[in-house]
Design a protein around this ligand. Sequence first.
Ligand SMILES: N[C@@H](CCC(=O)N[C@@H](CS)C(=O)NCC(=O)O)C(=O)O
Length: 192
Amino acid sequence: MILYSFRRCPYAMRARMALRYSGVPVQIHEVSLKAKPAEMLAVSPKGTVPVLVLEDRVIDESLDIMRWALACNDPDGWLAVDDEGLISINDGVFKQALNRYKYADRYPEQPMAYYRNQGCEFLQVMESRLDVAQWLCGERISLADIAIAPFIRQFRGVDPDWFGQAPYPRVRAWIETIIESELFTSIMARPA
Ligand SMILES: N[C@@H](CCC(=O)N[C@@H](CS)C(=O)NCC(=O)O)C(=O)O
């Protein structure tokens, strides 16, 4: 099985984490987004990563790849609780705010802080959840934590000083725990 991936893509990160956690063996093919391999485009013409090529089919949406991996093997019960609603807010309004915050010079209609404030609405939802439980959906880590974390990491990376003092201490601790985990560091390791 082959996973076409791009190391810094948050969608590819979530797919790599789920695949590694499940223990399903995959060969990772790092692609250049500027020169996507013809073999990848032949099986998935929409041209986004990640793309998982199975013997009998192709899965080219990151959440579908995660769910496929967890259906194969889910040792810690990441699917015991599911929160499609939270993940879709992340992938929708939050991701849009993140893009504008990160590339604010391309969206001069509003200042950078405006887009950051839009993203903070989601951080506030997360902070409230993490105030009452250790993870986003309760006392156990779940699909939502892993699906959302790469995007929060990007948000944090736009202005780490701001993030470090923003009123979201629980989100800060949560993202640090995930980023420092063996799972995350292993999927970010550069090939030797
Ligand atoms: N809905 C897709 C989105 C994937 C996506 O947008 N990936 C970006 C990289 S982060 C991509 O491949 N963009 C195409 C390009 O930059 O040419 C998924 O969840 O897999």
